[in-house]
Design a protein around this ligand. Structure first.
Ligand SMILES: C[S@@+](CC[C@H](N)C(=O)[O-])C[C@H]1O[C@@H](n2cnc3c(N)ncnc32)[C@H](O)[C@@H]1O
Length: 273
């Protein structure tokens, strides 16, 4: 299948999956490769034949949907966001919790890939915040639609390249092993609940003080679905809770009871009760 054929297939199929083609434009290589392999496995000559297969066998749509998941991630991705969480926003939240006699910060990583994002938060919490808030705990739910990625998250071992943005001292402490694929030390894995959930139909109950939904819904979902998901997500935030989206993403138009929490950075605060 040529790149052009793949692009046309994605442009045609994305709205039918409630996705938006534009989200795939820059990263389509991974998806096109997978679709090409699927065509081969089915013995189909080209994209037109695959469209015919989709029309004849509706179950194939679920296969295509799974092939469309972009899995790129890394630790401490968008470092400036993690820096503002570490130095300003989470300390303020932990102070507020302490004033209420509470100690547990509840967070959700939506579209957690192979665990890079939730484990980043776990490392940040233990090495960046615990020294100042020794009594504080992190309760973390991490969801993804993809079972294979969740299995990798459980394994917790990563190519060194995916650690390159993590502060080096933290990387050395959290990934003490040698080799090209070091594993996360056990103390950073505790208290994380990994769940297989499709964000389009399922969400953990919450409520959360912090939701990370980066490079998933607001890149790949069609605008009406973005609005639906965002509305439901906001109800999972406590008032004053934070929503973090991806560095290249923006929220859909509309009043969702959110305001910016860190200047131009993609961090939003729930304003309404
Ligand atoms: C590009 S990665 C982003 C990972 C991480 N949030 C980050 O920003 O580094 C997108 C992740 O979202 C997951 N995903 C895609 N569609 C999903 C859906 N409908 N429900 C839940 N997870 C989904 C993919 O499996 C993939 O792990």
């Amino acid at each position: 299948m040529t790149d052009r054929e793949c692009v046309e297939l994605l442009q045609w199929a994305a709205p039918r999956l409630r996705l938006r083609w534009e989200g795939f434009r820059r990263v389509r290589g991974q998806v096109c490769k997978r679709i090409g392999r699927r065509l081969k496995a089915l013995g189909l000559p080209d994209a037109a034949a695959y469209r015919a297969r989709l029309a004849a066998e509706p179950a194939e749509w679920d296969v295509l949907d799974a092939l469309c998941r972009v899995t790129i991630s890394r630790f401490y991705r968008d470092a400036r966001v993690f820096e503002v969480l570490r130095h300003e926003l989470l300390p303020a939240r932990l102070e507020a919790l302490r004033a209420q006699g509470a100690s547990t910060l509840r967070a959700w990583s939506a579209g957690c890939a192979s665990g890079e994002e939730p484990y980043t938060l776990a490392v940040l919490f233990q090495l960046g915040l615990r020294p100042r808030f020794p009594g504080a705990d992190l309760s973390l739910v991490a969801t993804d639609a993809d079972a294979a990625l969740l299995a990798r998250a459980h394994r917790g071992c990563y190519p060194r390249g995916s650690l390159r943005e993590l502060p080096p001292a933290w990387a050395a402490q959290a990934f003490p092993g040698p080799g090209e694929e070091p594993c996360l030390a056990p103390e950073y894995r505790r208290g994380i609940d990994f769940l297989q959930q499709d964000l389009r139909s399922q969400m953990p109950e919450g409520p959360f003080h912090l939701v990370l939904c980066r490079n998933v819904a607001f890149t790949y979902f069609a605008p009406p679905l973005q609005r639906e998901v965002l509305s439901r997500m906001v109800t999972r935030l406590v008032p004053g809770g934070l929503l973090v989206i991806g560095g290249h993403e923006s929220l859909p138009e509309g009043d969702f009871g959110l305001t910016r929490a860190a200047g131009p950075l993609p961090v939003f605060l729930r304003t309404e009760a």
